[in-house]
Write a protein that binds this ligand. Sequence first.
Ligand code: GLC
Length: 753
Amino acid sequence: MKTFNVKHISLSLGLMAMIACTPKNVRLSSADDVIESRVENLLKMMTLEEKLGQMNQISSSGNIDEMRDLIARGEVGSILNETDPERINQLQKIAVEESRLGIPILMSRDVIHGFKTIFPIPLGQAASFDPEIAQEGARIAAIEATSVGIKWTFSPMVDIARDPRWGRCAEGYGEDPYLTSVMGAATVKGYQADSLSDPTAMAACAKHFVGYGATEGGRDYNSTGISERQLRNVYLPPFKAATEAGAATFMTSFNDNDGVPSTANKFILDNVLRKEWNFDGFVVTDWESAKEMIKHGFAADEHEAAVKSANAGVDMEMVSYMFVKELPSAIKQGEVDIKKIDNAVRNILRVKYRLGLFEHPYTDTNLKDKALYADDHLKAAKKAAVESAVLLKNNGILPLGSNIKKVAIVGPMADASYDQLGTWIFDGESEHTVTPLAAIRKMVGNNVNVTFEPGLTYSRDKNKDGVRRAVAAAKNADVILAFVGEEAILSGEAHCLASLELQGAQSELIAELSKTGKPVVTVVIAGRPLSIGKDADNSAALLYNFHPGTMGGEAIAELLWGKAVPSGKLPMTFPKSVGQIPMYYAHNNTGRPVVGNEVLIDNIPLHAGQTSLGCTSFYLDEGWTPLYPFGFGLSYTKFEYSNLTLDKTTYNANETIKANFTLANTGNMEATEVVQLYTHDIAASVTRPVKELKRFERVTLKPGEKKDITIELPAQELAFYNIDNQYVVEPGQFELWVSGDSQSGTPVTFEVK
Ligand code: GLC
């Protein structure tokens, strides 16, 4: 078959076409000019079949010969799930040398929190409140993944998640739009380097667009009912931040919101993403999410599903092959305009050109030998795990001192090299995991007697004999380290729970261990917030790690012995029980907020009068506060906030609020505090959250050190979508807090004129 080498087509034709169709107000850079003209030139040469081929993503069947004809016909724009550089080069060679136009394939993979060197799950990275951790982790993931030829990852997931029953809260950055926006944008920048043309750059994918985390009942793939205003004030901001960070692609979400599946939701895909945000990358569906609109009852058949998603603004379809099959007839029948197809192909080709795929379609197969598990990668993964750990309780037993001579390590997560890596690990290898048991033995084994009796062999294990063995082994220890939590499979996609208690006999294990009278340090390794109140009561200390990845064991060992000091803060609220859900800090006040003297169930007198308990918004059995609030996390030192003042008491909307305060480290260890700034719009055209995180920063102080700090907040960032769905700063009174979590601190007030 005669093939054209698209690299050498003259640019003149395309340049004229491009200038003709570029909106007047958009001034393209010369690099953009060149890419746009190459896109136009190539598009002009493509047949309808070749255009639809670019819009078609397949999952590798594993058999290259099976895929050869499809690729040679130009019917494949992207392949997911190939990770061997030799095979990727073979597949690419077919596309470049055997197809008529030689358009390279975009190789993709779910590289979610590391490729081979595994970082803490994104929820854990969020607990660090350190965007540099996210950016460095993504940069390393991109270096490792591109070393085998992967040029597109389906990450970051920036879905707001306020329901820990939902297994996918593990993959995002928690409940807060600002924290998620900052971490998501940093992750995009990490993947994409300073330019997509960087050989180690990997196209990011902001997912799942949009509202997926509000899934009813915390049950995956379920419907959502989010109003436009709530979408705009809570669920869309992290995606806007990802767009502003330059995310090359977006992925539609499985859920139907208010009856409309995202994969055919024109309002989000066209009105918001293209017209309001000027996104010029491309949109891919989730796995068969276009075809699933038949099951949703939103399409009668594959033809209608293909027409609806193409017309809504989807550019590429993941693995259900409907665009190739159904769109030719749809175009012929006038159901889909060829202009839609041309725009979709433009978006895809633009990303491929930006990635430099046409110039460099092949991978140097030696790259991976130096890239994978490089020492600096492992070091960065350990640092991320240290910063992601959250200390929830400590009666003083931590950090462990030289007086500790006998340590009993128990529990199913102490040496769980596979499960410690967490969910969405396609390529991480458990033989590279450093578990807490291995790390503790290595770090203190020479001068501390370390025994290990797991008691339970996996997190769901109900074996009471194992509990007895573990208790017996722990009787003579100076301290018991109980490693509990969740196997990796218990969180992530489709892995939702109706109870948030520790699985199996883990709680009994902790209870029995505490009866020995020895201090129990409980270390949780899990993929979500768990209702661990009774386990905390039975523990002298509680250290929480959201699946910390390859180097988690070394991080935990260093934290337990004080070589590192916990600084993590909770990115999601921990409810006392599943019955409190939804429970998140940025809730509305209601007309009957609690006043604090509500009577709880154990104190209700017999024959209590109907209205005697307090007619406010709380639970008789579990009150109105969570187990642990958003933003909470302890240290081995104490931080004190004082002298909070503002530079003014009244601002206009284009001024900047300067919050000044003093932070003191009143303890005896150098440590880092995540300082958090919250605001509250006291009265507005719609009810507003009682608090919203607007700034955070990590501040490290030496023992006894005091620091005067100023945090600046442009008043413009008080804007929200109001009663008319207009994005405005409304005049009025505001409160402002600076504190170490979402529940503490005394506010100052100010006015916006
Ligand atoms: C999955 C997930 C999505 C992932 C995609 C490809 O179903 O929803 O997050 O990127 O399919 O594996």
